[in-house]
Design a protein around this ligand. Sequence first.
Ligand SMILES: [Zn+2]
Length: 332
Amino acid sequence: MMEKIGTVEIVPGKKSKGYIPFGSDTDGTPFRIPVLVTAGEMEGPTIWVHGCIHGEEYGGAASIIRFFQELDVRQLRGTFIGVPVMNLPSFKARSRISPLDGANLNRIFPGNPKGTYSQRLARKLLALIEEHADYVIDLHSGGIGAQVPFYAIVKDDGTEGYEKSMWLAKRMGANVIWRSGGEMVVDGTITGHVLERGIPVVTVECGGGNVTEEHEELFKQSILNAMKALEMLPGKPPVQEEYKIISNAEFFFTREGGLFIPSCQVGDFLKKGDLIGCIMNLYGEVTEELRCSADNAYVAAVGHRYWPTEPGQLIAEAIPVEEEITSEIPVA
Ligand SMILES: [Zn+2]
């Protein structure tokens, strides 16, 4: 029997489009989650790539669509499954949370088949991944209000799944990898629960706000590189001379409202005491300064210049370098 995902039949040697029907909007309009499948005629693994689990992080969605269009099916071993927008209600509202139930979809996995729409959706998406995927790539960005640099995130639960995820992350083009362990592993994120099921998974972070050609290129390259590493496409994936493994993020929430003025750029490495940015009120007075509390901390997110900022808003993230790896030891 032909493998099927939603309405899409996975046919070797073909590109196929269709959707996963899942529930309906307030007015009864069915939600149809688009699925783009390319299946090679040669045997190989199935890679599942999704975007917009946070609906306002649409750089990943656009890049999946472009990657699918450009993918040469004749060169492919195995199957590419692209799901540009996992969270349709949140995408439609251009919001990190769902307008239907206020949930952040990426904090409520493994979901609940009898819960709110987002909880049911989480359960459905996880079941589909478990059924179809050998590897998962999870695309994110800073959303509308912030920028992030190009880097990868891997959850460390100490299992072989982690080792394979890290092996893959090191071949996707980024030289900065956030290794998140401890309580952060199975914390309601999709990646934590995918890993718990033994499926290697890497999150890619890039851009935010406007999607530049560079952001699109970095997202597409990361997918391409992963598929080269898995020998699904010809060519060697890039291996970096040095990796910076970052850990124990510091999150910066504003105390005051006003206009945010960043003093650093995403991808910078800051010293303890360096200025992240400040808040200026509408009289031009600086009412708050945000400073980095650790040495050698990677600026992993920062809000836009002069954007209005609420008190208590998450405005930046800095993640200290925990380890520098210069010689690559293959683990898979
Ligand atoms: Zn996100």
